[in-house]
Design a protein around this ligand. Structure first.
Ligand code: IPM
Ligand code: MG
Length: 356
C-alpha cells in the first residue's frame, strides 16, 4: 500500500526542517517496509514570488489527491506588504477551508529531559505536563465578514466572529472523543460573558456534554483560561475553543513546555485526511542558518503516521527516537541550557535517525 504525502516546505526555516522530517520518515519507511510517496507542492511567499499566488491550483490539487499533507511554515516580513489575498497566510486559510480541516489539535507536552527549558517554577509543573488544545480552525473571526468603512470619525474597520451551532457541535464532538481517549477531562473556553457567539458556543457544548457523562466537563472564560494556564497548567487535559482564542492559547501553552520548536500539530476534518505542521512559524530571523530545531517537524511526521495512516508502531518509533536523542543530551540552540553544546538542524535530525 502506498501512502501519498503532499509536502509543502513553505518559507523561512520551512524547507530546512521539512527536509529533515522527510529523511526521518524515509528511514522509518525502510525500517518498517512502508511505501511513502512524497510530492512537493509549493505554497506560501515563495509560491507568490514564483507564480503570483500563495497557493497555485496545482499545489491545491496535489494536496487534495494525497492521503495527508506535511507542511513546514509560511510567511515572513518580505511579504508583509503583499495584498491581503496574496499574503503567504492566505495559503493556510485556503488549505484549511478547502480541505475542510476544522479541527486543529495542538498538544503541549514537556519532555522530562527538557524540564529546565520550562519557564514556570518546578512546583507548578510537578513531574508532568501533557495537555491538548483543540482549536476550531475554519470559522469564527478568521473567516467572518470583514471590511473597511467610512465612519463619522473617519476610516473604520471591522471583523466578525460568526459561528453556527453545526460548527460548534462538530468541533465539540471531536474534543469530547479525544478526551475519552485521554484523561477524560474537557474544558471549553469562551467569552460568554460578552460575546453572543460564545453564548451559543457554551449552550452547544453544554448540551453535548450530556452525551459524554464519563468526561469531566468544565467551562472557562478565555481571560481566566490564559491565567490558569500559567497558574496551574496541570489542571487541564483537553481544552476546546474557537479559532482566535485557540490561536492565542496554543502559543501560550507551547511556551510553557519550554520550546515552541518541539511541538507538532494536526489539522483534521472528517475521515483520516489531515494536514500536519509544526506549531512554530517560519522564523525568518534564523532561516538559512541551519540552526532551526527540526523536532516539531519530525514529530508532525510521526503524528501524520499515527492519525492519518494508523501506523502506530512507526509513529512510536519516531517519537521514541526523538526522546532518546534528547535523553542522550543532544540539543539545538533553542533548547540548549546555558553552557550546553548545541547541534545544527541536520546534525540533530541525524541523531534521531541513528535511533530509528
Ligand atoms: C497558527 C498561525 C496562523 C494562524 C497564522 C500564521 C495565520 O499563527 O497556525 O497558529 O493565526 O492561524
Ligand atoms: Mg498562531
Amino acid at each position: 500500500m502506498k501512502y501519498n504525502i503532499a509536502v509543502i516546505k513553505g518559507d523561512g526555516i520551512g524547507p530546512e526542517i521539512i527536509d529533515e522530517a522527510v529523511s526521518v520518515l524515509r528511514s522509518a519507511a525502510i525500517k518498517f517496509g512502508r511505501d511513502f510517496v512524497f510530492r512537493e507542492a509549493p505554497a506560501g511567499g515563495n509560491a507568490y514570488d514564483a507564480y503570483g499566488t500563495p497557493i497555485p491550483k496545482e499545489s491545491m490539487d496535489i494536496c487534495k489527491a494525497s492521503d495527508a499533507v506535511l507542511l513546514g511554515a509560511v510567511g515572513g516580513p518580505k511579504w508583509n506588504k503583499a495584498p491581503v489575498d496574496k499574503r503567504p497566510e492566505a495559503a493556510l486559510f485556503a488549505l484549511r477551508k478547502e480541505l475542510n480541516l476544522y479541527a486543529n489539535i495542538r498538544p503541549a507536552v514537556i519532555y522530562p529531559s527538557l524540564k529546565k527549558a520550562c519557564p514556570l517554577k518546578d512546583e507548578i509543573i510537578g513531574d508532568k505536563l501533557d495537555l491538548v488544545i483543540i482549536r476550531e480552525l475554519t470559522g469564527g473571526i478568521y473567516f467572518g465578514k470583514r471590511g473597511r468603512v467610512a465612519a463619522a470619525a473617519g476610516e473604520a474597520a471591522y471583523d466578525t466572529m460568526f459561528y453556527s451551532r453545526f460548527e460548534i457541535e462538530r468541533i465539540g464532538r471531536k474534543a469530547f472523543e479525544l478526551a475519552m481517549l485521554r484523561g477524560k477531562k474537557l474544558c471549553s473556553v469562551d467569552k460568554a460573558n460578552v460575546l453572543e457567539s460564545s453564548r451559543l458556543w457554551r449552550e452547544t457544548m453544554h448540551s453535548l456534554s450530556q452525551e459524554f457523562p464519563e468526561v469531566l466537563y468544565s467551562e472557562l472564560y478565555v481571560d481566566n483560561a490564559a491565567m490558569q494556564l500559567v497558574k496551574n497548567p496541570r489542571q487541564f487535559d483537553v481544552i476546546v475553543t474557537e479559532n482566535m482564542f485557540g490561536d492565542i492559547l496554543s502559543d501560550e501553552a507551547s511556551m510553557i513546555t519550554g520550546s515552541i520548536g518541539m511541538l507538532p500539530s494536526a489539522s483534521m476534518g472528517e475521515g483520516s485526511f489531515g494536514l500536519y505542521e509544526p506549531i512554530h512559524g517560519s522564523a525568518p530571523d534564523i532561516a538559512g542558518k541551519g540552526i532551526a530545531n527540526p523536532i516539531a517537524a519530525i514529530l508532525s511526521g510521526a503524528m501524520m503516521l499515527r492519525y492519518s495512516f494508523g501506523l502506530k508502531d512507526e509513529a512510536d518509533c519516531i517519537e521514541n527516537a526523538v526522546s532518546k536523542a534528547l535523553d542522550s543530551g543532544f540539543r539545538t540552540t533553542d533548547i540548549a541550557a546555558e553552557g550546553e553544546k548545541s547541534l545544527g538542524t541536520h546534525e540533530m535530525a541525524g541523531k534521531i535517525i541513528d535511533r530509528i
